[in-house]
Design a protein around this ligand. Structure first.
Ligand code: 5AD
Ligand code: SF4
Length: 447
């Protein structure tokens, strides 16, 4: 019998990347192999994102484009997974009746049963129940070969920021066992991964009877063979000195924190239900840099939240300048039906949001340049990840602080190595340099 094939397309955050790998391992068990050729697939899954309207539009368009494929091949299984499935199951089923399967983020264990039953009848399958317990602790995702392995450590979010759909699409917070996570990390190292990124919608709210996020990080850092550890995304409220000290204690935990600011005005932060003030955020940045002086920070910011005045937006710019982030993901507020903020009557016009976004991007560009220029003349550790986009003769890798560096290959360097690179210049968000060992060799040869 011919081998069945599945194709999966992932939208949105890293948690979805991880979930797609979990789904992949379940499909493997059902005898399906992955393919990159959508036309030859027997099953197509879209793992979707609902965080902003644009993300949803992209998936709707993709589903529209798949209709003819499905018409020509009725036995094709077409599945919508993830946050949009959870949120928009009725809309999807009404407007796209050719979709066969709709599964929310807590329902992936049903995949084997659905595949088996489907061979007997061609029904629709819909399951978007959210679970208080599901953490897929006993499952190993099917990862493609690479440098970094994502490991989900907790799921869901209880913070209920008023702009955010995640608490509704992914449900309540729950954490995996330390043992389960360690097992998965050891297995990832055995498979050849050298970097681990711990994932959660609210990664540092991780809590089990055996320990909290600092305890977990401390234990993972001691697993042999892990060159680098990162985590994302934390909430500023749950970062304390203890956590930063654990980061400082282990050389394989990267000096890098993604610290979502969202807004710089106290009134807007309160309306967003972010649970910290501008001053508390700035104090946190100070505390982190007092313990880890070379810690690089990145952030998320939303402009044009309902009711944000020009002066309040200027406060965001102020905090952004003062925090010296290396990089920032900047978004125009997108109203999400069902969230508290979508009911606020003082929504900001699209033009205003666009103008604020452009102003903020320019401010951050200047800061990124300043932050990157500090590295010129310095030698930094770079983990080689892939060929550079520009040339096969150059490597592309990241510093501990999460900045991309491009440099000429040397004879003895390969992917997954950490090499010393002297930085010579910077352009956009990228640093350019040369491997120090080969520099020294050249000097020796000349002598
Ligand atoms: N509109 C715009 N950006 C949003 N984010 C979350 N919800 C929205 C929304 N409704 C952003 C936040 C979050 C990041 C993952 O996405 O900045 O940190
Ligand atoms: Fe959304 Fe806030 Fe939870 Fe992050 S902490 S997932 S922004 S509700």
């Amino acid at each position: 019998m011919e081998q069945k094939k599945y194709y999966i397309e992932t939208y949105g955050c890293q948690m979805n990347v991880y979930d797609s790998e979990l789904v992949g391992s379940m499909l493997n068990k059902c005898g399906y192999q992955i393919t990159d050729d959508i036309k030859s697939a027997d099953a197509i899954f879209l793992n979707t994102c609902a965080i902003r309207e644009k993300a949803e539009e992209t998936v709707h368009n993709k589903l529209d484009s798949l209709q003819s494929l499905k018409n020509n091949k009725p036995e094709l299984l077409l599945g919508v997974l993830g946050c949009m499935a959870q949120n928009l199951k009725d809309v999807i089923l009404d407007s796209k009746p050719y979709v066969d399967v709709v599964l929310g983020p807590d329902s992936y264990r049903r995949i084997p049963e659905i595949i088996t039953n489907r061979n007997e009848n061609m029904n629709h399958y819909v399951d978007t129940r959210l679970s208080k317990f599901e953490v897929y602790d006993d499952m190993f995702p099917s990862r493609r070969e690479g440098v970094n392995a994502w490991i989900s450590i907790m799921r869901g979010c209880d913070k209920f920021c008023t702009f955010c759909i995640v608490p509704f699409t992914r449900g309540r917070e729950r954490s995996r066992s330390i043992e389960g996570i360690k097992k998965e990390a050891v297995e990832a190292v055995r498979q050849g991964f050298v970097e681990i990124t711990l994932l959660g919608q609210n990664v540092n709210s991780y809590r089990t009877p055996e320990g909290d996020f600092s305890n977990l990080l401390d234990e993972i850092a001691q697993i042999e063979g892990i060159k680098r550890i990162r985590y994302t995304s934390p909430h500023p409220q749950d970062i304390d000195e203890n956590l930063v000290k654990v980061m400082a204690k282990h050389s394989n935990i990267c000096n890098n924190i993604h610290l979502p600011l969202q807004a710089g005005s106290d009134r807007i932060l309160k309306r967003m239900n972010r649970t910290y003030t501008k001053q508390e955020f700035l104090n946190l940045v100070k505390m982190i840099r007092s313990i880890i002086p070379d810690c690089e920070l990145s952030t998320d910011i939303i402009v044009g939240f309902p009711g944000e005045t020009e002066d309040e937006f200027k406060e965001t710019i102020e905090v952004v300048k003062a925090s010296l982030f290396n990089s920032a993901f900047m978004f125009k507020y997108s109203s999400r039906p069902g969230t508290k903020a979508s009911q606020y009557s003082d929504q900001i016009s699209e033009d205003e949001k666009q103008a604020r976004l452009e102003e903020l991007i320019n401010v951050q560009k200047e800061t990124t340049l300043l932050r990157n220029q500090r590295y010129i003349g310095q030698t930094v550790d770079v983990l080689i990840e892939k060929d550079s986009k520009r040339s096969e003769l150059q490597w592309s890798g990241r510093t501990e602080g999460n900045m991309w560096v491009v440099f000429d290959k040397s004879n003895c360097s390969s992917i997954k190595d950490i090499v010393k690179v002297k930085i010579n210049s910077t352009h956009g968000v990228t640093l350019f340099g040369e491997i120090v060992n080969s520099l020294e060799r050249k000097k020796n040869e000349a002598a």
